[in-house]
Design a protein around this ligand. Structure first.
Ligand code: GUN
Ligand code: ZN
Length: 440
């Protein structure tokens, strides 16, 4: 037949269920060492220990890990300009570094070059899908979706809404923003692998009228996503309480206008209470945990255990440029440390699940991304287990090759990988069965 058939051999790792937070021996983990992953016309069709026949193009990655591509559920395309900016907390960081940088994206050429740099950098970190903030400028949305389409990447994004407490070059108004959203939804929502997200920057930079407008658009089409920030920083939380005295909480500001749906992604969620967590559970909205950003901006320590206890969803996000790396592996390693400070043990399974299948579930995309289930798109990354003498030695210890130390559990080995690895470990990334990044 004319079908394109590709088979990749390596150590396949994905999830068939939800791992519990502290559970090292976990039935939801599917580890298939030395298996062939079968891909037909860009989709996963199966996996097997035997080599497939000559009708398949075969690639050997023996002794390497193959994972579903990572899903970064909260990241800012225009903030590569300000990543790793010194000495600020959220509100002065926005004013000093971020708002000036985002104004450059009014220029279509800047927006286009910025989108290409950004998406190629995601791929170079093994991230094949993302929920992305561009800027207030419609051209930044067009540039991002065009660049994503050229790469066949799974991207959720939309024009940033901000009509107060922002510089003139980053401000819209209610009716102009409504028209821009309608045009962009028409143009991009459901086109290829693109989905549109109503993108309220945060409660501080939208008037109640603009929030209400976003809620109307959401009600008109519940297939839309919503992305925003919530309860990141204590000063921010205080300001929101002043601006919205009638709301029960910061999260409630979004709920009042109908923006909390199963397709809502709220970044941070550090300063929530149990009523907020129950509201997240009941609406199906979820929190994108951004450990690198939360540490870098000194925002606080997200309480994952409380989320689990109440039963709302959590995904993982780099939040670059508040976060300091696009690497989801570095992000997961930071997430472990944040939870350690809270007295919770984040297993490699819970972390890796949240960055793959868990994010897909939270976004309602589990039939398309996040695992190697047949029917899913072949969005994946191939990783070295270890790069450099220390990691190579540590991996040998885990495998029981350093006498007299006994071989360790699979969890111990994968945890050591997750904690040490980064973009140096990436061998190749595939989107829809096509190589889209290769080392060297
Ligand atoms: N809150 C509002 N805007 C932003 C942003 O760009 N980054 C972060 N980390 N928080 C925000
Ligand atoms: Zn953010």
């Amino acid at each position: 037949s004319a079908r394109k058939r590709l088979a990749l051999q390596g150590d396949l790792l994905d999830f068939t269920g939800v791992p519990l937070l502290g559970e090292e021996a976990c039935a939801a983990v599917r580890f298939r060492p030395d298996h062939w992953l079968l891909i037909e016309d860009g989709r996963i069709v199966g996996a097997q220990p035997e080599a497939p026949d000559d009708s398949w193009q075969r690639e050997l990655h023996t002794g390497r890990l193959i994972l579903p591509g990572f899903i970064d559920t909260h990241v800012h395309c225009p903030q590569l300009d300000v990543i790793a900016s010194y000495g600020a907390t959220l509100l002065d960081w926005l004013k000093t570094y971020t708002f000036p940088a985002e104004q450059r994206f009014v220029d279509p050429q800047v927006a286009r070059a910025g989108a290409e740099l950004f998406l190629d950098a995601l791929l170079a970190n093994g991230t094949t899908a993302a929920v992305v903030f561009p800027t207030v400028h419609p051209v930044s949305v067009d540039a991002l979706f065009e660049a994503a389409s050229a790469r066949q990447m799974r991207i959720i994004s939309g024009k940033v809404l901000m009509d107060r407490h922002a510089p003139a070059g980053l401000s819209d108004d209610v009716e102009g923003a409504r028209r821009d959203c309608e045009t962009l939804i028409q143009r991009w929502h459901g086109q290829g692998r693109n989905s549109y997200a109503l993108t309220v920057r945060f409660a501080i930079t939208s008037t109640p009228e603009q929030l209400a407008m976003a809620g109307e658009l959401m009600r008109a089409d519940p297939s839309l996503y919503m992305q925003t920030h919530v309860a990141e920083n204590t000063e921010e939380v205080r300001w929101v309480a002043e601006l919205f005295p009638e709301a029960r909480s910061y999260l409630d500001v979004y709920h009042q206008v109908g923006l909390l749906t199963p397709r809502a992604v709220l970044a941070h969620g550090i300063w929530l209470d149990d009523a907020d967590r129950a509201l997240l559970r009941d609406t199906g909205a979820h929190i994108a945990f951004c450990p690198s950003s939360n540490l870098f901006l000194g925002s606080g320590l997200f309480d994952w255990q409380a989320a689990v206890d109440i039963g709302h969803g959590v995904s993982m996000a780099s939040d670059v440029g508040g976060g300091t790396s696009l690497s989801m592996l570095r992000t997961l390693a930071e997430g472990y440390k944040v939870q350690a400070l809270r007295g919770t043990r984040l297993t490699a399974w819970a972390a890796l699940h949240a960055a793959t299948r868990g994010a897909a579930l939270a976004l309602g995309l589990e039939e398309e991304i996040g695992s190697f289930e047949p029917g899913c798109m072949a969005d994946l990354a191939i990783w070295d287990w270890a790069v450099g003498p220390v990691a190579v030695h540590r991996d040998a210890v885990a495998r029981g090759e350093v006498v007299p130390l006994p071989a360790q559990s699979l969890h111990a080995r994968v945890f050591a990988w997750m904690t040490q690895a980064d973009d140096r470990n990436l061998v190749a990334a595939y989107v829809a069965g096509q190589p889209c990044w290769q080392r060297g």
